[in-house]
Structures are given as structure tokens and as C-alpha cells.
Design a protein around this ligand. Sequence first.
Ligand SMILES: *Cc1c(COP(=O)(O)O)cnc(C)c1O
Length: 477
Amino acid sequence: MKYISTRGNSPARTFTEILLGGLAPDGGLYLPEHYPQVTRAELDAWRNLSYADLAYAVLSKFATDIPAADLKAIISKTYTSEVYSNGREDSDFSQITPLRTLEPGVHILELSNGPTLAFKDMAMQLLGNLFEYALAKQKAELNILGATSGDTGSAAEYAMRGKHGIRVFMLSPNGKMSAFQRAQMYSLQDANIFNIAINGMFDDAQDMVKAVSNDHAFKADYKIGTVNSINWARVSAQIVYYFKGYFAATKSNDEQVAYSVPSGNFGNICAGHIARMMGLPIGQLILATNENDVLDEFFRTGAYRPRDTRHTYETSSPSMDISKASNFERFVFDLVGRDGAKVREFWGAVDKGGSFDVKQTPYWDALPAFHFASGHSAHQDRLKTIRKVWADYGVMIDTHTADGLKVGLEQRRPSLPLICLETALPAKFAETIMEALDREPERPAKLAGIEKLPQRCEVMDPDVVKLKAFISANVPR
Ligand SMILES: *Cc1c(COP(=O)(O)O)cnc(C)c1O
């Protein structure tokens, strides 16, 4: 399997060749040159596989340049019930992504039982093991540099902790995260994890990362890389749980389901789109946004109008506060019949701060065949949904999952079972849970008292010279 760029002007590459990189040289995102098709016989054979075996069945169609035995070993050490056992007490952790039925035909797929209580662990844990494997083969090292306001950074740290050949330098705004988030990140004592608390805001931290990345000599000398959501391996790992959830919610492969997906960067739902293109019987892919509704607007009107930071709102589902959905380009590449020139034209405008509109084009007529529906959910909807699910089913859900469920229930075709993807556990969003339910969120037993653990972090002013000095002092050369 080779990978091509959505902008059509980069040479085809293998899975391993694109694993450690980011964008394609022409600025596009990598996608398989064709989607592997899953036959009915394969679907039947996959129905009763364990998560790890299913992951191997799916991923071996994409990572064709990793020897089968190696890929199998990497996957089996990733998807274990030890790693994914942070959920509710009555969850069946042996399933890795257990399906929770709220009522007949309405389900939640638990994707948040990993180390950082968010669905990002599903792909990031695999990425950590794939990186370690690829770096060992190449006898190379990688220093991951990033800035986080909480979610992605902690998922990356928990995926890379203790891995050979990898160090993580993660910047976070000093004093701006919740006590729980701080404890999660700063209590890591692994020698290869460096938390740097910046005296400033998230944007200051991100500017420092950009400044270091733009120093090409320093970047090359110190083998600086990133883990961002456009990484193809992350998307491919997410395809697996669409299959797993389908099998759990249906009795036969003649049935169809609807998925609803709380969306920000379009990474999660992009994996659902690909699963459907591979032949998984998904009748509806329901995209949910919060108040930042750039993607909902596209599916309703055909106009893609990314907003600037002034028009990106801080909400109570903060991991969806995104107004430029990086993975969306992958879907549009398929929508325009894989015409790289068209994608270049559209993103030529987007990259200049502009927009595009497919309404008066043949692509608007092509859109229904991709089976998307969309809607948005605001703070009051979120509170209402959290209260209703708690009252009716005794299940506490987080703010992002609430957005997904609200829109899913609105948009689903009633004939289809609805599977709402749970993207985080409520423990991460205590403030809004308190507001909705007037009680503290449930916390997984393994994380009781995490705030009392000793913490380790470097406090630094927003000074790029100091950051570079810190990196060079901690990277043996
Ligand atoms: C990252 C994240 C999302 C958004 O996922 P995308 O892949 O960016 O669409 C939704 N909810 C939570 C809790 C997240 O961490």
C-alpha cells in the first residue's frame, strides 16, 4: 500500500516512510492511494475477533511494509485491558472499547478508558509503540516538541513515556490547567518526559514551539518532531473501533448503523468515513460540533469558512474549540473525486485566510453519497443532555460526548441503531459536571488521589533562547 498527497504533487510513500513525518512535501495530507475493500466473508470472519486481532486485521491492510509478526506484536502490546482500564467500574475492559447501551438502539462506544481518559489514547498508544519500533530499525532518535492546553499533550506523554529513542518536551501554560490535568502530566517521573510550564498563555507556549520549529538548523541538529492530528497512523488506528462498535451493536452484517461523532479537527470522523469507504455498513455519519460550528456549516450549506482566533470561542467542550479542521482536507479530496488540483485550489484560498463553497458545483450533488449529517450543540444543550442521561440511565457523560449524543439523537434516521462515540470521561471536566449535576464527576479508581503525587516540571519564562538551552542540555549529542 502506497500513500499519496491530497494536493497531488508528492511522490507516493509507504506507511513507514510517512510514519514519523507530518505534511507531504506539497503541503497536503497523506491518504492511501485506494481504500482496501473488506469483503463480506472478511466481515463475517471479523465479527467475533478480540480488539487486538481485529486491529491487526484492519491495520495489516494499511501498514503493508511492516513484517506481519512485528505488526502483530506491536498491536498486541498496545491494546490490552491493563492499558484501557480507566473507565466506569461496571465497564468490560476486556473489550478495550466496550459498548454501553442506554436503551434499545441507543449506544455509547467507550473510547476513553485509556491512561488520559480521552479517545486520543486509542491511537496515540499505538503511535508510541510504532515510533519506538521504527526508530530502533533506523537507529535514530526523535525529540517530540509540542504545546498543550491539556488533552493532546498528556496523551502524547502517556504514549511515549519510557520509550527508547524518544524524548518529549511538552510546553503548557503555568497555572492555567486544572489541578487534575496538572497532576496527570507533571506527576510523570519518566526520564524521557520533560514538562515545561511557561509563565504565559497557551498561545505563548505555541509561539515558542513554532519559533524552534522554524529554526531549521536547530530542528535538524536536535531531531525535533511533533505528534499532530494529521498523522496518518493515528487516523488508521481509529478506523478499528468503528468496526468493533458495529459488531457490538448489531447481530448480523446485513444491518446498518448510524455513528455520531463529537468533532473538532475532523480526525475521528475521518476514520469513520474511511471505514465506510472500506465497506463497513454505516448508514449515517453524524458530525457534531459545539459553538464552533465551521464543519456543521459546511455540511448544511456547502461553504467551508474557517474562522480566525477572534471568532473561535472558548466553550465547555474545549477539545472541540477548533475553527480550522486540519483533517477535513482528507474528506474533501474524496469528495472532489481525488482531484489534487481542486484541493490545491480550495486550500490555496484557505491557507490565505479565505474560504471555499461547493454549493454551485457538482460536488454538492456528490455529497449525499457520503452519508453525512450534521448539527451543533451549545452550553445549555450540553447541560441538558448530561442531566437527562444521568437521570434516565444513571450514566455520567462528559461535555463532548453530550454534544455528540444531542446531535446524534436529532439527526439519526430512526430505523438505524445509533452509536455515539464517547470521546472523554467526565472526570476531566469537573466544573461543567458540577454545574449540570451539582456533584463531583466520578473518577476511575486508578486515578484516586493523583493530585497528591510528587510533581516534576521546569518553570520557564516565554523565552525561546531558554527553551533551546533546556533542550540542548537534555539531549546528549
Ligand atoms: C480531540 C477531541 C475531540 C475532537 O476530535 P477530532 O478528531 O479533532 O475531531 C473531541 N472530544 C475530545 C474529548 C477530544 O479530546
